[in-house]
Design a protein around this ligand. Structure first.
Ligand code: GRF
Length: 185
């Protein structure tokens, strides 16, 4: 199975996926919308081809997504894993890869969708938060949930320690859910 990761930022989840032992797919492409994102350096280190685009150079979301679909087809990609891709996926990509686009989000959805979910949960003072892996639909963090894992917030946690605990869970959960998905399809 050939898969692509979409990421805009640091790429710690991208790195966890490509370093995972016995991953049930090959990551053949990184799609990134930020020219200087650190995730590009990780891809270079692991010699994974990248397609970096600037959305402003395209007339519309449909136009840049059509170009992304071309790149994915060229690499014979069948699954897409979003890992900190900071754009809403549109109909062009959704229709080209129905039921094959998955995202990871650092909260227990439907709680705290959107940006800075960890900060939102911390500010709200919840006792438990966590991580969600879900299919993508046209909403923001609204698609069907595949897996969730809890993270307990202790009174001594700061936003920083909570972030570290959530990331640790993400880095284990995402590769394992990917393997479950690919083994049952
Ligand atoms: C992760 O917390 C992920 O859940 C969210 O964006 C963050 C990406 O972090 N969608 P990184 O770039 O993988 O370190």
């Amino acid at each position: 199975v050939r898969a692509a990761v979409f990421a805009s930022g640091t790429g710690s989840n991208f790195q966890a996926i490509i370093e995972a032992r016995d991953l049930a797919c090959e990551i053949v492409l990184l799609i990134c919308d930020k020219q200087n994102a650190f995730v590009i350096e990780i891809a270079e280190k692991y010699q994974i081809p990248t397609f970096v685009f600037n959305a402003k150079e395209f007339a519309s979301k449909q136009a840049y997504e059509a170009k992304i679909v071309d790149e994915l087809r060229k690499k014979e990609v069948s699954w897409i894993f979003l890992a900190g891709y900071m754009r809403i996926v549109g109909s062009t990509l959704l229709q080209a890869f129905p039921g094959k686009i998955v995202n990871i989000h650092p909260s227990l959805l439907p709680d705290f969708p959107g940006k800075d979910a960890i900060g939102q949960a911390y500010q709200a003072g919840v006792n438990t938060t966590g991580v969600t892996v879900h299919y993508i639909d046209e909403g923001i963090d609204t698609g069907p949930i595949i897996a969730q894992e809890l993270v307990v917030v202790f009174s001594e946690d700061t936003e920083e320690t909570l972030k570290m605990k959530i990331q640790e869970v993400e880095h284990q959960l995402y590769p394992s859910v990917i393997n479950q998905l690919l083994q049952t399809k």
